[in-house]
Design a protein around this ligand. Structure first.
Ligand code: NAD
Length: 480
C-alpha cells in the first residue's frame, strides 16, 4: 500500500512517530493509501526548517520569487493528467470536474499571485507641508495554511500562493480526507527550485497536526478554510496568542429566482449551483427561493432535469455527479434528508444512496435531491448540509425573500436571477453575503475580495486582500 510522506525542508520524510492513517477512495469505499498521522514533533521540525529558510526567501526580490512560483504553476500544468487523476480518485469528483475546474484553478492561483506580487504596492500619505507617511509591507514570517477536502488543491494553493509570493515561509496542512495532490506538490516545488524549508506540507488529523500548527508560537498567522465549528475553535486558540487570522467558513447560500429571469439560463446554472461537485462547494446555492408566479413551472422543469442527472463513478465521462467524499459525510447528508421528512418536507426527487455496479458497489453515491414544503427557519433550511440536497420555497415579495434569505447564521454567497436592473441592485445591497452573483454563479475574478460575513468567516482572501493579509504593515513618518 502506498505511504504518503510529509514534505519538510525540501525533502519527503516519514512522520516522526511512524504512525499512519487510512486514505479512502470514495468511488469504491476501499483504502488505497496511507497518510502520515503527524503531530507536534513534525510541526516543530517544519518550523525549524522554515526559520532557516525565511531570511533567504524574504530577502529575494519579488521578481525572483515570482519566477519560482511561475515554475511551480508550470510544473503542475506539465503534470496535468497526474494531478487530475489524483484529485478525482482522492475526492470522488468526476475526472472532468478535476480537469476543468480544480487543477486549472490551482495552476492559475500560483500564476496569479506570482504576477500579482510584482504589481503590489504600498500606500503613502502626504501631510501638507509637514511630512510624509509611507507604509512598509513586509512578510510576516512563518505562516500556517489549513485547507478542507472539497476543492483540495484549488483551496490549498489559494492560500499558499499569496503567502509565498509575499515572502513568507509556509507550514501547510491539507485535509486528511484528501491529501494526495498536496503530497504531489512537494515534488513540483523541488523541481521549481523552491529553496528548502520555504514550503512545508504536513499530513494528518486536524485535532493533532492542525492543532499543533495553530498553537505553535512561531507561526504568526493562520489562514484557515473549513467548517464554522473548527473556525470557532481556531479563533479561540489563536486569538490569545495575537495571531493574524483569516477564516473562510461554512455557508447556506440563497439562490433567489424572480419571475422575470431568463428562464433557460437560470435553469441551466441552477442545476450547477445546486449540485456541482456533489453539492460540496461552500458557494452552492442550497436554498432556492422562487417567485410564486414562476414556482410551478420551475419546479416541474428543475425536478425533471435533476431526476435525469447521471450519478456515476468518477472516471465515467457521462458522470455529472461522482461520489461524495466519505462514508461519514454520506451518512450526514442522508440524516438531513431524514430530518427534512420529519420537519414536514416532501422529497420531490432523490433522497437516497445509489448503488453502482462492482467495483463501485461500496462507493459513496447519492442521488441529487430536491425537497419542498419546508419552513424557511427549520433546521434543514438553517444548517449547512454540504451535499447534493436543495430545498425549494416560493415567495411573494422582495421583503419576504430577504427575511428568509438573511435568516441563517451564515453570509457567504448569494445568487439572484432577475432582468430588473434596479431590483438587482436593491437586493444585492440588502443581502447578507460577502459575494453576490446576479444572473450568474461561481464566476471568479481572482482580484476580487473573497469571503463571507457573519458565521461564514472573518477577513477576505483574493487579490490585494490576500497580499495584505500575508504582510505586516509598518507606517514610517518622515518630518519635513
Ligand atoms: P473541517 O473544519 O472539518 O476541516 C478543515 C481543515 O481543518 C482540515 O484540514 C482539518 O484537518 C483541519 N482541522 C480540523 N480540526 C482542526 C483543529 N482543531 N485545528 C486545526 N485544524 C483543524 O472542514 P471540512 O469538513 O474539511 O470542510 C468542509 C467545510 O469547509 C464546510 O463547512 C464548507 O462550507 C467549508 N468551506 C468553506 C469555504 C470558504 O471559502 N468559505 C470553502 C470550502 C469549504
Amino acid at each position: 500500500m502506498e505511504k504518503l510522506q510529509n514534505f519538510i525542508n525540501g525533502e519527503y520524510c516519514a512522520p516522526i512517530n511512524g504512525a499512519y492513517i487510512d486514505n479512502y477512495e470514495p468511488a469504491t469505499g476501499n483504502v488505497y493509501s496511507l497518510i502520515p498521522n503527524s503531530d507536534e514533533k513534525d510541526v516543530a521540525l517544519a518550523v525549524e526548517s522554515a526559520e532557516k529558510a525565511f531570511p533567504i526567501w524574504s530577502a529575494m526580490s519579488n521578481e525572483e520569487r515570482s519566477e519560482i512560483l511561475i515554475k511551480l504553476s508550470d510544473g503542475i500544468k506539465n503534470r496535468m493528467d497526474e494531478f487530475v487523476a489524483a484529485e478525482s480518485r482522492d475526492n470522488g469528483k468526476p475526472l472532468s470536474l478535476a480537469a476543468h475546474v480544480d487543477i486549472p484553478r490551482a495552476i492559475s492561483n500560483f500564476h496569479f499571485f506570482a504576477t500579482a506580487i510584482t504589481h503590489f504596492a504600498s500606500e503613502s500619505h502626504y501631510m501638507v507641508g509637514e511630512g510624509v507617511n509611507y507604509t512598509l509591507r513586509k512578510p510576516i514570517g512563518i505562516v500556517g495554511c489549513i485547507s478542507p477536502w472539497n476543492l483540495p488543491l484549488y483551496l490549498f494553493s489559494w492560500k499558499i500562493a499569496p503567502a509565498l509570493a509575499a515572502g513568507n515561509c509556509v507550514i501547510a496542512k491539507p485535509s486528511e480526507i484528501t491529501p494526495y495532490t498536496a503530497y504531489l506538490l512537494g515534488k513540483v516545488a523541488q523541481e521549481a527550485g523552491m529553496p528548502n524549508g520555504v514550503l512545508n506540507i504536513l499530513h494528518g488529523l486536524g485535532s493533532s497536526v492542525g492543532d499543533a500548527i495553530v498553537k505553535h508560537p512561531k507561526i504568526k498567522a493562520i489562514s484557515f478554510t473549513g467548517g464554522t465549528k473548527t473556525g470557532e475553535y481556531i479563533a479561540k486558540t489563536a486569538a490569545p496568542m495575537f495571531k493574524k487570522l483569516s477564516l473562510e467558513l461554512g455557508g447556506k447560500n440563497p439562490n433567489i429566482i424572480f419571475a422575470d429571469c431568463d428562464f433557460d439560463e437560470m435553469l441551466k446554472t441552477t442545476l450547477r449551483s445546486s449540485f456541482a461537485n456533489q453539492g460540496q462547494i461552500c458557494l452552492c446555492g442550497s436554498r432556492i427561493f422562487v417567485e410564486r408566479p414562476l414556482y410551478e413551472k420551475f419546479k416541474t422543469a428543475f425536478v425533471e432535469k435533476v431526476a435525469k442527472t447521471t450519478v456515476s463513478n468518477p472516471t465515467d465521462p457521462k458522470a455529472i455527479l461522482g461520489a461524495v467524499v466519505s462514508k461519514p459525510h454520506m451518512e450526514k447528508v442522508l440524516s438531513y434528508v431524514q430530518l427534512a421528512k420529519e420537519e414536514g418536507g416532501t422529497i420531490l426527487t432523490g433522497g437516497e444512496q445509489v448503488h453502482l455496479e462492482v467495483p463501485y458497489n461500496n462507493g459513496y453515491y447519492l442521488r441529487p435531491t430536491v425537497i419542498e414544503g419546508l419552513a424557511y427557519d427549520c433546521r434543514t433550511n438553517q444548517e449547512e448540509i454540504f451535499g447534493p440536497v436543495v430545498t425549494i420555497t416560493p415567495f411573494d415579495t422582495e421583503e419576504e425573500v430577504l427575511i428568509m434569505a438573511n435568516s441563517t447564521q451564515y453570509g457567504l454567497a448569494a445568487t439572484l436571477w432577475t432582468t430588473d436592473l434596479k431590483r438587482a441592485h436593491r437586493m444585492a445591497d440588502k443581502i447578507d453575503a460577502g459575494i453576490v452573483w446576479v444572473n450568474a454563479w461561481l464566476v471568479r475574478d481572482l482580484r476580487t475580495p473573497f469571503g463571507g460575513m457573519k458565521a461564514s468567516g472573518v477577513g477576505r482572501e483574493g487579490g490585494e486582500e490576500a497580499l495584505r493579509f500575508f504582510t505586516e504593515p509598518k507606517n514610517v513618518y518622515i518630518s519635513y
